[in-house]
Design a protein around this ligand. Structure first.
Ligand SMILES: Cc1cc2nc3c(=O)[nH]c(=O)nc-3n(C[C@H](O)[C@H](O)[C@H](O)COP(=O)(O)OP(=O)(O)OC[C@H]3O[C@@H](n4cnc5c(N)ncnc54)[C@H](O)[C@@H]3O)c2cc1C
Length: 498
């Protein structure tokens, strides 16, 4: 069956032996490095749950290419139900791991490639779609973990790719050969890239005809010659090296373990190239990817917030404040904000529609609204969590304090609140909240799937303000009575004339 086990996933990473750097040093094996291990565990959970009969419906799907049971993370959305199930899967995984499980970027990239290759072929007579479907069949059968790489370094933000002083600020084709292309550049903030089998490279922006070298989409094995991963730092990341509860989310880590991926003149054979110079399709592809991806946040952040709300609610019990009505109201507000974004993500999915290729797109207005709200609600939920948990979040002693007999009794005694709970339990909860509301986590909510302004541009474009003006005029000044019934209080023509 095309479903990897968690152990097979981890072993397959060992076999890949990629070129990766953590804190400036080349590492031997990503699968065995403590800085990366929690993020690998999180992905392993996505593999594990696909084998659980209880979650089969949301975690797996039937491949439209082979009819085989596959992981939903390699599936092409073919109905509104598929889109809804994706959001349900994300919420479930968020609830189980309390963090980012990294496979969504690759999933949305697969769908965007599926859609755009079809559309390019339709208009240009190319054969990318068949090629991509062959690739996809392999991905589904091997149940690969794919990273999605869209964000270029971008250099000077006011300049287009072709205007940059350094042309490598956007990934580009530097050589075209009969059997493939050579690409150069980098993609930043790559979620899960360092523990993926392959990286799906996509253009990061709309392109003009003169920028055709930047119009490249392809699949690059993580261990291809010239590919290297430089792991990013996160809030409190050295705590992973210490072990223990101070990590906050010890088994699953904080956010997705992002890396920059460098393509130092990487050869990509033709069978892995899905766009090669068709600049006018780059904008549509970015748009497809971003729209799907923005809806996700109502699911994954919904699940993460469930855990954070749970940790915060438990903290109120530890403090003895849980029965206070104001405290309960603050928890209610956290729930309200969380369910609002989840409902929008489900709504965006339920209102999905078929693209020309048959894949299903979420409702763009709602999807962008989800992400816009995430850039606020995640901060607001974190703020309320900080409020309810108290200053202890910022000042609590490290876990090692409990191991030093000279101070352990003071730490125990003076940090205990409700005696029904051990002080160490309070510290664990506090560390979880601290780490899951840290800069790294918040910034992910702010910029992941595009900065807030990117959503606002789409929302305004989708809103059709002129149509709304017409609606307002019709409602205020219109005279079309309901089924010819005179409206109460409306002056009749005779009265007006008379
Ligand atoms: C944790 C995390 C995970 C991520 N994972 C992935 C991933 O897996 N794959 C991937 O491809 N990307 C990923 N991203 C990248 C994400 O999509 C980008 O961070 C986002 O698109 C913003 O781009 P930027 O970070 O370069 O911000 P910038 O472009 O530097 O934006 C900073 C600010 O400048 C503004 N700005 C930018 N350009 C202009 C302009 N021309 N005029 C006026 N204002 C401007 C923006 O609106 C924003 O307010 C991730 C990001 C984070 C934080």
């Amino acid at each position: 069956m095309a479903l990897k086990t968690p152990a097979e996933y981890v072993d397959s990473l060992r076999d890949l032996s990629i070129r990766a750097y953590v804190n400036g040093e080349r590492i031997e094996s990503v699968a065995d490095h403590p800085s990366i291990a929690p993020h690998i565990n999180t992905v392993a959970k996505t593999y594990e749950l696909a084998h659980d009969p209880e979650h089969r419906d949301v975690m797996t799907a039937e491949s439209h290419l082979t009819g085989e049971r596959i992981h939903r993370y390699t599936h092409i959305f073919h109905s509104a139900d598929d889109l809804v199930k994706k959001i349900q899967m994300l919420r479930l995984l968020g609830q189980v791991t309390g963090t980012c499980f990294q496979r969504c970027v690759g999933l949305d990239a697969l769908n965007a490639l599926y859609a755009i290759t079809y559309e390019i072929d339709e208009k240009e007579g190319t054969t990318y779609h068949r090629r991509f479907c062959d690739y996809l069949t392999g991905v589904q059968r091997a149940d690969l973990m794919l990273a999605g790489a869209m964000t270029d370094p971008k250099g000077h933000r006011a300049k287009r790719p072709s205007q940059q002083d350094d042309p490598d600020q956007f990934v580009r084709v530097v050589e075209r050969r009969d059997d493939g292309v050579v690409i150069r550049g980098a993609k930043l903030h790559n979620t899960g890239g360092i523990n993926s089998h392959e990286v799906l490279v996509m253009p990061g922006t709309g392109l003009s005809d003169e920028e055709s070298d930047y119009a490249v989409a392809c699949a690059v094995p993580a261990n291809a010659d010239g590919v290297l991963f430089i792991f990013g730092r996160q809030s409190n990341d050295n705590r992973k090296l210490e072990g223990g509860c101070d990590i906050g989310n010890p088994r699953f880590g904080v956010v997705g373990g992002e890396a920059m991926v460098v393509f130092d003149d990487v050869f990509v054979p033709n069978e892995r190239v899905f766009m090669n110079g068709e600049a006018k399709y780059a904008g549509t592809m970015v748009n497809y990817f971003a729209t799907w991806h923005r809806a996700n946040y109502g699911g994954c952040k919904g699940g993460n917030a469930d855990v954070l709300i749970g940790a915060t609610a438990k903290m109120t019990k530890v403090l003895g404040t849980e029965r206070n009505s104001v405290v309960r109201d603050k928890l209610t507000e956290m729930i309200h904000m969380n369910e609002t974004t989840y409902a929008s993500a489900i709504g965006a999915s339920a209102m999905g529609y078929a693209l020309p290729c048959g894949a299903y797109m979420v409702d763009p207005m709602m999807a962008n609204t989800v992400k816009q709200n995430i850039t606020r609600n995640v901060y607001q939920i974190g703020r309320l969590s900080h409020d309810l948990a108290g200053g202890f979040l910022a000042t609590m002693p490290g876990e090692q304090s409990f191991d030093n007999p000279e101070i352990a009794r003071f730490v125990e005694k003076y940090h205990q609140a409700n005696p029904e709970y051990q002080t160490r339990e309070r510290v664990k909860l506090g560390r979880y909240i601290e780490n899951m509301t840290s800069v790294t986590t918040m910034v992910e909510a702010m910029h992941g799937a595009g900065s807030p302004q990117a959503q606002r541009i789409v929302m305004l474009g989708q809103a059709d303000i002129d149509k709304k003006i017409e609606m307002a005029e019709q409602v205020i000044d219109g005279d079309d009575d309901v089924n010819g019934l005179p409206l109460p209080g409306k002056r009749q023509p005779a009265e007006v004339e008379g």
